[in-house]
Design a protein. Structure first.
Length: 298
């Protein structure tokens, strides 16, 4: 595990963002071998419960040149193993740093949003079903209740993005704004680009948990709300072990929707299968660099 050096300075700040929401936080800066991570504690929202937000800046971020932004879910597991409640992280900072050194991607920062105990409800698409009574695969009890994916996306788009746009040197346009996650994080990424096609240019959907609502999102929503192909990039994948072994019939339906649209496989959408890969962070970690090269290339 790479060595992390902590520089502490607690600040209580308030920023007024575009919708008038008071954005208060304490901030801790973590300087590590692959860049700098700003950690914002207890980020409040009028839409969802407070949480931490982690902003990774590459070593060459200088506050003068503009960078694009990739928003990622399950922020605890995006960077290092020590922060991951499941014990393994994606090591995205390390991957991005390597891609920069090889000159294979454009300039991007990563905004990693932590999940809460309500993770599955926050990442569940609120349409077409306003309630989730069961799930075809997985822990069915965790899905009972009302999905709050709409509220989570409003936090990202109406509160967090304006804050990032104001406080970091980034491009604010759709072309340089991406969203990504795994499992239920893949669901909310797809829902996000469908609901906010003018905000997000691309979505990374790793091992998307399509069965979360018995497939209603696919059958009743996706085909009608897929964003225009010419303005978007969408990536999807799955393994064939553990939870991923149940995904083929769902992913096949999704692939058919894309094939029947104006999307072109390999051009503005990709769907990949990784034999031997399970529903687990180390596998998503190995797949991330190739996805980043495709979506975030110069």
């Amino acid at each position: 595990m790479h060595k992390v050096r902590y520089i502490f300075y607690l600040l209580m700040l308030s920023h007024l963002i575009s919708n008038g929401q008071d954005f208060s936080y304490s901030k801790k800066e973590v300087v590590e071998h692959f860049g700098t991570i700003d950690i914002y504690h207890k980020v409040a929202s009028k839409y969802i419960p407070e949480r931490e937000v982690r902003v990774w800046l590459p070593k060459h971020y200088n506050g003068e040149d503009s960078f694009g932004v990739l928003y990622m879910h399950d922020g605890q597991k995006v960077f290092i193993d020590d922060w991951a409640p499941w014990g393994k992280g994606w090591h995205v900072a390390q991957s991005m740093d390597s891609l920069y050194q090889l000159n294979q991607i454009d300039n991007y920062i990563i905004v990693a949003v932590d999940c809460t105990d309500e993770r599955r409800k926050e990442y569940a698409a609120s349409k077409p079903n306003p309630t989730l009574d069961s799930c075809a695969v997985g822990d069915k009890k965790s899905y009972i209740g009302s999905p709050i994916g709409d509220q989570y996306l409003q936090f990202l788009v109406k509160e967090l993005k304006p804050f990032i746009d104001k406080n970091y040197k980034v491009y604010t346009d759709q072309k340089h704004t991406f969203i990504g996650g795994s499992s239920m994080g893949g669901v909310i990424s797809m829902f996000g680009i469908c609901e906010y096609p003018k905000v997000f240019h691309g979505a990374m959907c790793f091992s998307t948990h399509w069965p979360f609502d018995e497939g209603a999102f696919i059958d009743q929503y996706l085909g009608k709300h897929l964003p225009k192909a010419k303005n978007h990039l969408i990536y999807m994948d799955r393994g064939d072990q553990t939870l991923d072994q149940y995904y083929p019939p769902y992913q096949n339906k999704v692939d058919a929707i894309f094939d029947q649209s104006k999307y072109q496989k390999g051009v503005n959408y990709k769907t990949e299968v990784y034999p031997g890969h399970a529903h687990f962070e180390p596998y998503w970690r190995t797949r991330f660099p190739d996805v980043a090269k495709w979506m975030l290339s110069k």
